[in-house]
Design a protein around this ligand. Structure first.
Ligand SMILES: Cc1cc2nc3c(=O)[nH]c(=O)nc-3n(C[C@H](O)[C@H](O)[C@H](O)COP(=O)(O)OP(=O)(O)OC[C@H]3O[C@@H](n4cnc5c(N)ncnc54)[C@H](O)[C@@H]3O)c2cc1C
Length: 483
């Protein structure tokens, strides 16, 4: 029997996949006994915010992920099709019909038992009786504390402070220069010339994710005029609506840039936009201010704006950030955000099958496993549910190849750099690159999707043959330590 904790997008999909393999499932959902700050109903797989599951075409990575899920007989995708509302190239749903369809499918499934209670500690898991924890970004406090005990408090986060990510090809290389602060040779030291008052947060330590002097950065230099124009736009830009629980005090080291900007005209120049240690090769001097871009994926086609976590509306982020020299034509792979989010450091804690390294009969899935987004959460639940069922049935576990969107997500979560780990949406950038790709962007994306769907089908068919085992994948209860 499989125990699943959390009846959200991931837990519901996991329950469906496991039961579809003929394995009995008990699904624990704490609502309505114990509500969360954002859910409004007692239904399973409630969409907490937007009703969009994003793009639905194969030239879009999340469109590909959805198509792969359809081919793996996803309940979430089946419910989405049945509750679809017009939304152009995107897949948007009638949220009530959507969660009602999922609740109905699971409550009437003969192999699924639904228990409405709060689980306060991770249930014990064995190879015959695996456990999936899929309690989402708002995991209840008692369970969060137990997860922290298992994975180590340093590997469990409660807030997300995500900087925007731009596509490398959209950066104007004629305006930016490649350099690391202090040319890497000197460790980052506070420069007395750049101290504000002792009370200023910028002096309490390096801001979230700021260049530590290790690694290459692309630097966008700003003149005084350019900085003032950017600053003025930033302080007048419109913020996204924030939930009550997101009004809690921010970590001083991870303040949104607009909050820093409101503290004073120069605060950013002493924080994420500080020019100290950087020399603009065109002038031979430090710029007035600088924005650093850090390579964000193995393929090198995504760069994040270092220390630029923000709560501005997405349209405002695009408008204001394009005022930065070199980013005038920036295309955004992901916008910045700051919100409450309980998640583990995936690469330290998880294997590619979503098993916990230290306790392989335990799986984490959904947003708390370190992915971002409705569809990605459901996709991780799909794979965790399939694998838990295979474990319970004594079969080897498996993850699709990195050429597929679902396999690439599993690979990202278990192999990204743990030192700079951020939950990720699916993007073509985290998938295995295509050799001899067509030159046109759309043709290239379509070719990657075509390869993905072929590989996914071969993987799916191969699952029936026992020998299909991915590298780095655990079987049975062999324990792998945290990295
Ligand atoms: C405020 C907010 C807005 C978001 N908006 C979007 C958006 O617009 N688009 C998007 O793609 N993504 C969005 N996300 C991110 C994410 O995709 C969703 O949170 C998604 O619902 C995650 O799916 P999940 O299954 O991991 O978690 P959830 O869907 O939250 O499911 C987890 C379930 O576990 C239950 N639970 C928690 N603790 C316990 C416990 N101890 N015992 C039993 N049950 C428990 C909860 O009640 C919940 O039903 C948002 C996140 C937040 C916090």
């Amino acid at each position: 029997m499989i125990t699943i904790v959390g009846g959200g997008l991931a837990g519901s999909e996991a329950a469906w996949q496991a039961a579809s393999q003929g394995v009995p499932v008990t699904l624990h959902e704490m609502r309505p006994v114990r509500p969360t700050a954002v859910h409004k109903t007692d239904r399973l797989a409630e969409l907490v915010c937007s009703n969009s599951l994003r793009g639905d075409k194969l030239d879009n990575a999340v469109g590909l992920l959805k198509e792969e899920m359809r081919r793996l007989e996803s309940l979430i995708m089946r419910a989405a099709e049945a509750s679809r509302v017009p939304a152009g190239a995107a897949l948007a749903v009638d949220r009530e019909r959507f969660s009602e369809a999922i609740t109905h499918a699971l409550t009437t499934h003969p192999l699924v038992t639904i228990v409405r209670d709060e689980v306060v500690a991770i249930p014990s898991a064995t190879e015959r009786d695996p456990v999936i924890v899929a309690t989402g970004p708002l995991t209840s406090e008692a369970l969060s504390a137990d997860i922290a005990r298992l994975v180590g408090a340093e590997h469990l986060y409660f807030y997300d402070a995500i900087s925007p990510i731009v596509l490398a090809e959209s950066i104007d290389r004629g305006k930016v220069f490649r350099a690391s602060r202090w040319n890497r040779s000197i460790r980052l030291k506070p420069d007395p010339a750049y101290r504000l008052s002792a009370a200023d947060p910028a002096n309490t330590g390096p801001a979230c994710g700021v260049d530590d002097g290790e690694g290459d950065y692309l630097n966008c230099p700003l003149t005084r005029e350019e900085y003032e124009r950017f600053y003025d736009a930033l302080i007048h830009a419109e913020s996204a609506t924030v939930h009550d629980f997101d009004k809690e005090k921010f970590f001083e080291g991870c303040l949104p840039i607009e909050v820093m900007a409101h503290r004073g005209a120069d605060t950013l120049r002493f924080g994420p936009m500080k020019p100290v240690g950087l020399t603009d090769p065109r002038t031979g001097r430090p710029p007035y201010a600088a924005v650093q871009l850090r390579q964000d994926n193995l393929a090198g086609d995504h760069y994040s704006l270092v220390g630029f976590q923000t709560q501005l509306k997405w349209s405002e982020q695009a408008r204001v950030l394009r005022l930065i020299p070199g980013l005038e034509a920036a295309e955004f792979a992901r916008f910045g955000l700051v919100h409450r989010n309980t998640y583990v450091n995936g690469p330290n804690v998880l294997m590619e099958t979503w098993q916990v390294r230290r306790r392989p009969a335990l799986f984490f899935a959904g947003q708390m496993s370190g992915v971002e987004g409705y569809v990605e959460s459901a996709a991780s639940g799909l794979l965790a549910g399939l694998n838990a069922a295979r474990m319970a049935g004594g079969q080897p576990l498996s993850s699709p190849p990195r050429t597929t969107a679902i396999g690439a997500l599993a690979y990202y979560v278990s192999h990204a750099n743990p030192a700079h780990y951020d939950p990720s949406n699916i993007t073509f950038g985290i998938m295995e690159p295509l050799a001899n790709a067509p030159r046109s962007k759309v043709a290239k994306k379509l070719a990657i999707s075509e390869r993905a769907l072929g590989d996914l089908e071969r993987w799916r068919d191969g699952l029936k043959a026992v020998a299909c085992i991915a590298p780095d994948v655990g079987h049975g209860v062999q324990t792998v330590p945290n990295r």
